[in-house]
Write a protein that binds this ligand. Sequence first.
Ligand SMILES: [Zn+2]
Length: 326
Amino acid sequence: MDTLQKFLFEGLPVRGMLVRLGASWRDLLSRRASVSDGGHAFAAPVRALLGEMAAAGVLMQGNLKFNGAIILQMQGDGPVKLAVAETLPDLSFRVTAKVVGEVAADAGLEEMLNLHGQGRCAITLDPLDRLPGQQPYQGVVPLFGDQREPLQKLSEVLEHYMLQSEQLDTRLVLAADDSVAAGLLIQRLPMSGGANLAGQVLVSADEDHIGRSEDFNRIALLAATLTADELLTLQPAEVMHRLFWQETLRVFEPQQPRFACRCSRERVAGMLRGLGAEEVESLIAERGEAEVGCDFCGAIYRFDPVDVGGLFTPGHAVPPASSQLQ
Ligand SMILES: [Zn+2]
């Protein structure tokens, strides 16, 4: 079963989370594989990146108390121009990518996204109850480390983001292949009363604080020993046992992530209305119908001349999904 498993280290200011996407990840891949991107399926490293992004998105959604979409966007200057993973509060997720040119079978983050040093990762928090005129929150981190060294792992990029945005030490281990996308997150909890208004954890020299740092460091070191192979093959309970058998864990009820797309015939109709009658009618004149494919799930929405006429007739409802292919 696909799960998000949260846990706490009893008595320590450290929390953990494991995600394992199996059936939902394969479901997504099978649909996305039917969609061509420049005429070919994504190369293995792109599929792995998208899987890691999906796992990371679910972890971040589980980690933040936020009522909205969390959108991870990798914007690249290599063959991968864009990779997107979006997760909603109900842990439904979807991913897509825009690839131009060849991706080598052994390409890492740098070769895919950061060939000329312009790659970056944008994390957008888009509230579901956003007020008119309210902007989503966005944080951007480069694909470089503190010493300007190119980062080779998505987990390192996101650790930087967490430290920057939440001022919280975080360790992430991510892995994905064509069967499973999975991740482990370990995070130092903010100490009660220890954070200032900017969210920065105040440095205190007392013994207790130092002891607590050591707890996090010990657990983070254990987390870092987890291999991609273990993460992909072991169930969450087995991972927790293998890494943290000497710790006392409080384990919460697992949650179930799933693949789901937010596209709909209504949304596509709205998009076509936004293009304007003239534009859409010239499309119809050229091709006989307007066809819009969803980049996330591969659904194709078709609007024939009658449908399109209805779109631009005031008071006319959105046409039924008679010609919709899923
Ligand atoms: Zn869709």
